[in-house]
Design a protein. Structure first.
Length: 562
């Protein structure tokens, strides 16, 4: 079928639709819904069999939906309507939410229902839920819709609030006052829920030291206490604020724009600066006692001769300091009497490479970029040269650019079914490092490696496995994925052949090194990166990315119809 996607952004949901529908054999073209004019033009040029809007902030013009079959993906249960669905679901502590495929109609979200899929909600942030369970459900809903569409006997369901399974209702757009925190009475759980409902966009507006700021990245704390509403500790750029029954860590802040000055999201300590001078820095060990709730980005667990290293960095962005801490944690994991090290990333993202926001905020972005990529390479180098253990990269969430290449340093690369990978740097004006010139062709062959890094397209897990970017993908839920990874890791650790296999791996590394050393690959990559870091291509792309400058037209490689 010829499918046209209308989307307000080429975000991970749209990318997932693009990847999965293409993989199913459809011809998919994309038009960014910048105006009615471009949407109308796209339809005329493409003449699609169907239009799908995976993520749309504006209405499809009537002239289009009257003529073409248009499906809107609404991130809500049957009967839910309005533009703040997930925000309300989290704020109202719903334990179940859903995605509904609706036919476009004159009234917003009131068209015929073609499919609706529910899923459990369990403490996710708004974006985490959207990128994770919501995207999974949306793909199922669209597959069901396509089936229904080709079934002549199928009759779609009109919205009928008297039906018992229609549990949603109209909800106005959420306002900051609907979720404002009252620090004098809100419990830790309530504060967490309010922040999560606005994370990652638009953020929860609050006030710190007299500054209006948006809060992001909330984590409950159950051992530190202090004067209600005050900042009582800081850790790795995050701040801890006392509540009536404990405290909450807040990792990121964004200053509210005043007049024309725009701000972007940064680690809290970078925004508050000297205001935190008297606040104690409270570190956290890599391994925590059971029952201890706190904020940690990197942690380590061990079982049955397998070490598990988690690194959950906000938005998958890895700053210089975070890369250095991750390397230290990895070196610790390597000293342990285990046989396999599993790198688990975070649940939301595996990694999106160097931290572009922190770089943008630096006095000298070029030298911060340099420090950051070197710190990233230092970590990747340690994974690549590990000769005492087997390593597994277990990607629970999406990954991009250097984040994907980082995974390839491991001996096995597994992904949770349905995550989206963007194994390229070009869009950011970068050549890239993370030893990709060694790892990528080694897995894909030179031609495919070149193709993948130059076409700048997202990739689903099926294709990633087909071209051997990853070794395998399985399970849709995080829990099931992690269970399978544990099984695989333990199988390797307990293999009778372990010694021989390790010897083989080390021999291969030795031979590769004879051909060309890791130092040489790194030196060549960094030579290019040094030039990139002072180029206007990178500096403009980074600034646009950080300040969220929207594209003014659909990129040519997405709009087949143009
Ligand atoms: N540094 C800082 N922030 C990053 C980031 C990075 N490398 N990668 C992603 N983010 C942030 C985004 O700004 C966004 O922030 P928000 O919380 O304010 O919304 C959030 O992560 C999610 O990214 P978004 O682009 O909205 O999500 P997506 O799922 O639609 O797209 C990517 C994901 C990874 C394709 C896209 O974010 C991207 O291209 N990132 C840059 C990758 C890169 O070039 N890294 C540097 C080279 S190694």
């Amino acid at each position: 079928m010829k499918i046209l996607l209308f989307a307000s952004a080429y975000n991970s949901m749209t990318q997932r639709f693009h990847v999965d529908l293409t993989y199913l054999g459809h011809d998919v073209s994309i038009e960014l819904a910048i105006s009615d004019v471009v949407m109308t033009e796209a339809v005329k040029l493409y003449r699609p069999d169907m239009i799908i809007a995976p993520f749309l902030r504006i209405a499809i013009p009537e002239s289009i939906w009257r003529k073409y079959f248009c499906i809107i993906i609404h991130p809500g249960i049957k009967g839910d309507r309005g533009s703040s669905s997930i925000d309300w679901a989290i704020l109202n502590d719903k334990s179940e939410w859903g995605v509904t495929a609706l036919q476009a109609d004159a009234e917003m979200d009131a068209g015929d229902i073609w499919s609706s899929i529910n899923f459990p909600v369990n403490g996710e942030t708004k974006s985490g839920l959207y990128r994770g369970k919501c995207a999974q459900a949306a793909i199922k809903a669209i597959k069901q819709t396509l089936e229904n569409f080709t079934n002549p006997d199928y009759v779609s369901e009109s919205l009928d609030y008297t039906r018992p399974d229609v549990k949603g209702c109209w909800r106005d757009s959420i306002k900051q006052k609907d979720r404002a925190i009252d620090w004098s009475s809100d419990t830790t759980e309530t504060v967490m829920r309010k922040i999560r409902s606005a994370d990652s966009q638009p953020g929860l507006l609050d006030n710190l030291f007299g500054k209006p700021v948006y809060l992001y990245g909330a984590h409950a704390e159950n051992s530190l206490t202090g004067v209600l509403g005050e900042i009582i500790a800081q850790r790795y750029g995050a701040i801890c604020r006392a509540t009536v029954d404990g405290a909450v860590w807040i990792t990121h802040l964004k200053q509210k724009s005043q007049d024309t000055q725009a701000f972007f999201k940064l680690p809290a300590a970078l925004v508050l600066g000297e205001l935190l001078t008297d606040i104690p820095e409270v570190p956290v060990p890599l391994e925590l006692p059971v029952g201890c709730q706190t904020f940690r980005e990197i942690w380590y667990e061990e079982k049955n001769q397998v070490g598990y290293l988690h690194f959950s960095f906000y938005n998958g962005a890895m700053s210089t300091d975070q890369c250095m801490r991750l390397r230290n944690a990895y070196l610790y994991a390597r000293t342990r009497d285990t046989k396999v090290i599993v790198l688990l990333g975070g649940t939301d993202f595996w990694s999106n490479g160097i931290n572009l926001n922190v770089i943008e905020a630096a006095c000298d972005p070029a030298s911060e970029s340099w420090r950051n990529i070197n710190a990233m390479d230092d970590f990747v180098y340690e994974v690549l040269r590990t000769d005492t253990h087997f390593t597994i990269a277990a990607m629970q969430g999406n990954a991009a650019a250097g984040g994907v290449m980082m995974a390839l340093a491991a001996d096995w690369v597994y992904a949770r079914s349905g995550i989206v990978l963007n194994p390229h740097y070009k869009g950011m004006g970068l050549y890239g490092s993370e030893y990709w010139t060694y790892s990528l062709p080694r897995r894909l062959g030179q031609d495919t490696a070149e193709k993948v890094t130059s076409v700048c397209m997202p990739m689903g897990t099926q294709l990633a496995k087909q071209i051997h970017l990853i070794d395998d993908y399985f399970e849709e839920t995080h829990a099931e994925f992690c269970n399978r990874v544990v099984q695989q890791a333990e199988q390797i650790a307990h293999s009778e052949n372990f010694g021989n296999l390790l010897q083989l791996k080390n021999k291969r590394r030795f031979l590769d090194e004879q051909y060309k050393s890791l130092e040489e690959y790194r030196r060549e990559e960094l030579e290019q990166m040094k030039l990139n870091f002072v180029s206007s291509a990178y500096n403009t792309a980074r600034r646009n990315f950080v300040y969220k400058v929207s594209p003014t037209e659909t990129p040519q490689h997405l709009a087949l119809h143009r």
